[in-house]
Structures are given as C-alpha cells and as structure tokens.
Write a protein that binds this ligand. Structure first.
Ligand code: 6PG
Length: 212
C-alpha cells in the first residue's frame, strides 16, 4: 500500500474507535509521515467532541515554528474540524524550559487520566531513519526510563531539528490500548524486519502500517 492508502486505513481505525467509545483518547506523533493522515482526518466525519488529542512528543520550539508538531497538526487538521479547544492537549513549549514543559504535561495527563501513567486508546507513532520513535533516540538514557510518563531529552544528533524534546516514555506508550506505527519508505520498511534492534522495537504489541 502507498502512504495515501495506509493513511486512509489508519483514519478508518480512528473513525471506528470513535464510534465505539464515548471518549476516545488519541496521541499523535510529529514528523512528515502523519501529514497525509492529518489531512484525511480533516475530511473524515467523526464526532470530534468525543475525541481528546494528545501528543507523543514535541520539539521545544515556539508553537509557531515550522518544526512544532502541534502547529503542523493544527494547520493540516485541527483548524479544519469542529473540536472543542479543551479537547486539544498540546505540550506547552512556551514554558521556561523543556524540563518544565515535561512536568507540566505529566501533570496534565495525570489530571486527565487520574493515574500516574496515561492509558491512551490509540497512540500513533513514527520511526526515524535511526530507529527512534517518539523522541526516544538510540543510546539515550531516556530509553530506560521506568517511572515517569513524560520527560525532556537533549537535542538529538541523529534527527532534525536539533532542538530539545518533550516525549512520552515507553511506560506511557506501552500502557496504551493500541500502538500504531505509520512507516513509509523502503529503508524503514527493511528496518522493521529487525525492529528489536531499534528503540522503536521497545513498543510492545504494536501494529504496523507500512507504505512501500
Ligand atoms: C518527531 C516525531 C518522530 C517521528 C519520526 C519519523 O517529533 O519527529 O514524533 O518520532 O515520528 O522522526 O519522522 P518522519 O515521519 O518525518 O520520518
């Protein structure tokens, strides 16, 4: 399948889940791969008042930066649908530091889920060319975080932009009901055959939608 087809398939998964649940919690990743999905979701008939949107990670850049994950999702999708503003839970990069932004988001998640770890219904993930997912990069101590749900990490050396990041941890990601990877390109497709060699392989019981 190509990126349009897999994006449509994932949009259908979200639409079906939104029909089943009174409140659907959806965490989305950034990067370029989900952009097609965002555009499709903007035109998908979903009762968005039942959906709460969260982020898997965010670059610690201003919300109006081209590199801000929330900003891209807002441009392609959230600005085009009828969703209550209180249903959009962005990571606030206007905080004084990435650490403070991570703590703020962790508090927001605890306030929403009433548990130390969030339990999203669906988490949408991508994978970088270095095998990272979220902002959990190869060799990072963040890979071994066992308690926190949200942490800040230094700017990566293997992915752009070179900005500090705020990210869900593997305990938070793996506590979710459905973990869906959207992956595009032959190189990444080949990497999924050895996915356990990479940080992305630490996401348990994931579903893979791979465009070749
Ligand atoms: C981010 C993402 C990141 C992304 C991968 C793949 O903030 O960059 O959350 O984890 O999913 O880097 O990005 P592409 O889809 O652009 O290849």
């Amino acid at each position: 399948m190509n990126i349009d087809e897999i994006s449509l398939a994932v949009a259908n998964v979200i639409a079906e889940k939104a029909l089943e649940k009174d409140c659907l919690t959806l965490a989305v990743s950034g990067g370029s791969t989900p952009e097609r999905l965002f555009s499709i979701l903007a035109a998908t008939p979903i009762n968005w008042s039942k959906v709460h949107v969260f982020w898997v990670d965010e670059r610690f850049v201003p919300v109006d930066s081209e590199f801000n994950n929330y900003g891209k999702a807002y441009e392609l999708w959230l600005s085009k649908i009828d969703i209550p503003p209180e249903n959009i839970h962005r990571m606030k990069t206007e905080k004084a530091s990435a650490i403070e932004s991570a703590r703020d988001y962790e508090k927001e998640l605890e306030g929403f889920f009433k548990t130390p770890l969030p339990s999203f219904d669906i988490v949408l993930l991508g994978m970088g060319d270095d095998g990272h997912t979220a902002s959990l990069f190869p060799g990072s101590p963040a890979l071994n975080e066992k308690k926190r749900a949200v942490i800040s990490v230094p700017a990566p050396t293997t992915a752009k932009p070179a900005a500090e990041r705020i990210t869900l941890t593997f305990p938070a990601i793996n506590n979710s009901a459905q973990k869906i990877f959207i992956i595009s390109g032959e190189k990444k497709k080949a990497m999924t055959l050895d996915i356990n060699k990479y940080p992305a392989g630490r996401v348990l019981n994931a579903e893979y939608f791979i465009a070749s």
